[in-house]
Design a protein around this ligand. Structure first.
Ligand SMILES: *Cc1c(COP(=O)(O)O)cnc(C)c1O
Length: 225
C-alpha cells in the first residue's frame, strides 16, 4: 500500500506537470490538495513521508482526529484546507484547526467566521463555494448571488476572500463548470480556483485551476461508513 501511494503521488505530479505544460502554465502554480477524509492514518503518514504537506478534510471532527496537536507540531509547514460544508456550531474548532476555508457558502457562516477569526487573531484565506450546477441538494452560493455575497463577505466583514471553489454536478461535463468558475473569478479579480478531483483534475488545470482536490487517485479507495 505505501508503495502504491508513493507511486500514485509521482504519477499525479507528472500528470499535473503535463496538463500545466499543455495549458502553457507552470506546474508550481498548481497546488495538490491531498484529500485525506476517510483514509487511515497510515496512508496519511506515507504521504507525509513523501514530503507532501497540503491536505484537505471535509469534516471538522474527523480532521481533529487525523491532525492532533502533536502532528501539527511535528509538521509546522502543514496546510489544512476545509473542503466540506461547515456548520456554524463548528466554526470555532474550524478556525483553530484549518489554514484555509474553501467552503464559504452563506452569509450566516461568513458572519460567524469573521467574528471567530477576530477573536482568535487568525485571518484565514477563504474561497467561496459556488453551486455552479444550481443543484438543490448541494452547498454553495448560487451564481446570481455570487457578486453580492463576495461584496458582503469581503467588503462588510473584511474576510480574506481570495478564491472560488466548485464541485460540478456528477452527470454534467465538468469542463463547462470549470469554465464558468474561471470566468467569474476573473470578473471578480480573484486569483485562486479550487476545482478538479481524481476523475477530472487534468481538465481543471486546463481551465485555470490553482488548487486541485485529489483523494482516491492518491490514497486509494476510502473506508466505507
Ligand atoms: C472527497 C472530495 C474530493 C476528493 O474526491 P476524489 O474523487 O476521491 O478525488 C474533492 N473535493 C471534495 C469537496 C470532496 O468532498
Amino acid at each position: 500500500m505505501s508503495e502504491d501511494i508513493a507511486n500514485n503521488y509521482q504519477e499525479i505530479n507528472a500528470r499535473i506537470a503535463a496538463a500545466a505544460q499543455q495549458a502553457g502554465r507552470e506546474a508550481q502554480d498548481i497546488t495538490l490538495v491531498a484529500v485525506s477524509k476517510k483514509q487511515p492514518a497510515s496512508r496519511i503518514k506515507t504521504l507525509l513521508a513523501s514530503g507532501h504537506r497540503v491536505f484537505g478534510e471535509n469534516r471538522v471532527q474527523e480532521a481533529q482526529e487525523h491532525w492532533p496537536q502533536e502532528m501539527r507540531a511535528a509538521y509546522p509547514d502543514l496546510r489544512l484546507h476545509l473542503i466540506g460544508p461547515l456548520q456554524t456550531n463548528k466554526v470555532k474548532d474550524a478556525v483553530a484547526l484549518f489554514d484555509v476555508i474553501e467552503t464559504l457558502d452563506r452569509p450566516k457562516l461568513a458572519e460567524k467566521l469573521a467574528h471567530e477569526m477576530e477573536k482568535q487573531g487568525r485571518d484565514l484565506p477563504c474561497y467561496i463555494q459556488v453551486n455552479t450546477g444550481e443543484e438543490p441538494q448541494k452547498a454553495g452560493v448560487l451564481p446570481e448571488e455570487l457578486e453580492d455575497f463576495y461584496d458582503m463577505a469581503r467588503g462588510e466583514l473584511g474576510l480574506d476572500v481570495c478564491g472560488l471553489m466548485c464541485i460540478p454536478p456528477i452527470d454534467a461535463p465538468a469542463g463547462l463548470h470549470f469554465g464558468l468558475l474561471q470566468n467569474w473569478a476573473e470578473r471578480l479579480g480573484m486569483s485562486t480556483l479550487s476545482m478538479g478531483m481524481s476523475a477530472d483534475f487534468d481538465k481543471a488545470i486546463r481551465h485555470g485551476a490553482t488548487h486541485i482536490r485529489v483523494g482516491s487517485a492518491l490514497f486509494g479507495a476510502r473506508e466505507k461508513q
